[in-house]
Write a protein that binds this ligand. Structure first.
Ligand code: GAL
Length: 672
């Protein structure tokens, strides 16, 4: 008897082209048209049954698998692999009608009703029992089907229902707190409940951080955010256990590493996934949507520990959930898609295959638009399929990076709590600003968790890491002591894991987790008003934040020249052990930040290729190395390269020209 279990880690020998498909919306004759067109486009992986529950179980305990059977057979017969949704992402109306207690409740006590999607409380035992029942049925029916290549648990867990404040959630929160703190005294200590008469005498007294008259307790809010992320991870595990017991196909769910969702600490989730899969949509509300795309791809690769990952959803053009939904310009979909591949994706999938005719997302773009096949959008769908086919040999290779950026969801939550020095300090904006400065220097960045092994990098950037554990702070200091270069930006190392200020009441040591490494500490913060700007002593421009920095061993690179902080260092540099630590005590504007980062990188001996509008990234493996060059600008660019360009088939002898708006992927000739 063969008892070996196939490795759970997902590996693809090609770069897959895929999409969500919602055939429930269409008649059977359209299915045939769709599958024929999918084949024409080169679609290899199709996600179905993502929102299937009300179709599969139209009445309690009554199942109808006929439609799902048929579409799985049709796809399989056409050589298209199935990414099978468990169908549980939105409960059917009979369930919310029969058990309204599963509906989510907001901080103000109001219920969120069915009629949209994901209207369920993550802690609800009733919801879990019903959902797990459906998963068991789906697993039992399709586990052995050769067409099922991947299991897709629920959908974007926590997209809408991450935080529920109902009584069931309150009880689950208390259980989570008991596991974390063991004693009520330890909790009181961690939350600082002596302040404002908040001391708890018993677990039953503790509530989720429901709407309050004044600012709430920061420790309670932070732990509720942690609990809520853990609770949905626990839910994921419930579904994944059922699937794994029935099937050896890999199991995953689609993450939301994107600009507007922050509710899951995916560093905690990543190891539960057999493949990391992310949904990414360009956000036109940002100053640099394309830069954010690259950042999100690099962070997704970080979650995958450098292994290839899947882009599970993206859009060919406009979405339908932003205030203004911008279509993509010709060529943009190809650039966006290959940026993900350049940064480690081995699958590029879209929401969705065919644009809906009705429902909440009828204006959302799709691979097959309302306009049909006589359209630019469809021609770009075909073009992308051909491009992915042409570069398919990059599958399995890894991205090369010499710079790391430390990113933390928990610090994000804490930074943006109530009662901070300035509500203008938005964690992701600070991270994006640092990333954009690195991008301007053309370096490829690995985004890593606090506490990661940094020894493989030359430079580590630590933007606004307000809350940091002792271990994570030590790993950065140890990296510098061993010869690395760190660049830390303002409001970093301020609090510990319980959001307590890092200070020594005896005054024996200076405040802040990084003060020894930086050779400087902060005496007082002086945030600025929104319209205020500052010019620093050597001409850098800054806004949002200033502070009084007290150097101990650091040298001052630039100082503040006005107002309360006149003469205080604004940028410092400190030799620490065999390395160097820089500190930026303000929010530099884009050119100044780019100039500083260029200087830090040059001093550390790190060189990049490309700039803010021209991405150059390389992937490599034992089989070779590939250079991706993505030109977002309106002028052509040139680059040193020798090898074969895979999209055009051209031989590249020393120099590669990338026309405006174009992408090139070169299989590099090994240097002798
Ligand atoms: C995602 C979701 C999809 C679809 C898409 C539209 O959040 O998983 O079902 O709604 O957004 O952009």
């Amino acid at each position: 008897m063969d008892e070996t279990i196939a490795p759970r880690r997902w590996q693809s020998s090609s770069v897959l082209y895929g999409c969500d498909y919602n055939p429930e919306q269409w008649s059977r004759d359209i299915w045939d048209v769709d599958v024929a067109l999918m084949r024409e486009a080169g679609i290899r992986l199709v996600a179905i049954n993502i929102f299937g529950w009300s179709t599969l179980e139209p009445r309690p305990g009554e199942y109808d698998f006929e439609g799902l059977d048929a579409i799985i057979e049709l796809l399989h017969a056409n050589g298209i692999a199935v990414n099978l949704g468990t169908g549980t992402s939105s409960p059917p109306a009979w369930l919310t009608t029969r058990n309204p207690e599963i509906l989510p409740v907001l901080a103000d006590g109001t219920t969120r009703w069915p009629g949209g999607r994901q209207a369920w409380c993550p802690s609800s035992p009733v919801f879990r029992a019903e959902a797990f029942g459906l998963v068991a049925k789906v697993a039992e029916r399709y586990a052995a089907h050769p067409g099922v290549a991947l299991w897709h648990v629920s959908n974007e867990l926590g997209c809408h229902n991450a935080l529920c404040y109902c009584d069931v959630s309150a009880a689950a929160f208390r259980r989570w707190l008991e596991t974390r703190y063991r004693t009520i005294d330890a909790l009181n200590d961690a939350w600082g409940t002596s302040f404002w008469s908040q001391r708890y005498g018993a677990w039953e007294e503790i509530l989720p951080p429901r709407a309050t008259l004044s600012a709430g307790n920061p420790g309670q809010r932070l732990d509720f955010a942690r609990f809520s992320s853990d609770e949905l991870l626990d839910y994921y595990r419930g579904e994944a256990d059922i699937l794994r017991a029935a099937s050896s196909a890999p199991v995953t769910t689609n993450f939301m590493v994107t600009a507007h969702i922050r509710s899951q600490d995916y560093w905690q989730w990543a190891s539960d996934m057999d493949v990391i899969a992310n949904d990414h949509y360009l956000d036109s509300r940002l100053p640099h949507p394309t830069s954010e795309l690259s950042f999100a791809a690099d962070l997704t690769r970080g979650l995958a520990a450098g292994e290839p990952w899947m882009l599970m959803e993206s859009s060919t053009g406009a979405v339908s959930w932003q205030p203004r939904n911008l279509a993509k310009a010709p060529g943009q979909m190809l650039r966006n898609s290959l940026t993900h591949v350049a940064r480690g994706a081995d699958a590029v999938c879209f929401f969705q295959w065919r644009a809906s005719r009705q429902g909440a997302e009828k204006f959302h773009s799709a691979l097959l638009p309302h306009a049909g096949i006589d359209s630019t959008a469809w021609r770009e769908t075909l073009e992308l399929g051909a491009a992915l086919e042409a570069i398919t040999e990059v599958a399995g290779s890894r991205v090369d990076a010499s710079v790391a950026l430390v990113f933390s969801w928990q610090s994000w939550w804490a930074t943006e709590g109530d009662s901070q020095p300035s509500s203008d300090v938005r964690y992701l904006d600070e991270v994006h600003a640092a990333y954009e400065a690195l991008r301007a220097s053309g370096v490829t960045v690995d985004v890593v968790a606090p506490g990661s092994d940094l020894s493989g990098y030359r430079v580590v950037v630590v933007p606004c890491l307000y809350l940091v554990s002792d271990d994570a702070a030590s790993s950065i200091s140890a990296f510098v002591a061993a010869g690395g270069t760190a660049l830390v930006t303002y409001f970093s190392g301020v609090t510990d894991e319980s959001d307590r200020i890092r200070m020594d009441p005896t005054g024996a040591t200076t405040p802040g987790a990084f003060s020894a490494m930086l050779g400087a500490w902060t005496e007082e913060y002086f945030p600025l008003l929104p319209a205020e700007t500052r010019t620093l002593s050597a001409g850098s421009a800054a806004s949002r934040w200033t502070e009084i920095v007290r150097p101990t061993t650091a040298e001052t690179v630039e100082s503040f020249v006005d107002a309360a902080v006149v003469g205080s260092p604004a940028i410092t540099r400190n030799g620490f052990g065999a390395g160097v630590a820089w500190y930026v005590a303000t929010a530099l504007d884009e050119p100044s930040f780019a100039t500083l980062v260029a200087r830090v990188l040059a001093e550390a001996g790190v060189t990049g290729a490309g700039d803010s509008e021209f991405e150059v990234v390389s992937r490599s493996s034992d089989a070779g190395s590939w250079l991706f060059a993505i030109n977002h600008s309106a002028e052509s660019r040139t680059l040193d390269a020798t090898g074969t360009e895979l999209l055009t088939g051209a031989v590249v002898a020393g120099s590669l020209t990338i026309p405006a708006g174009a992408v090139r992927v070169v299989r590099m000739t090994a240097e002798r």
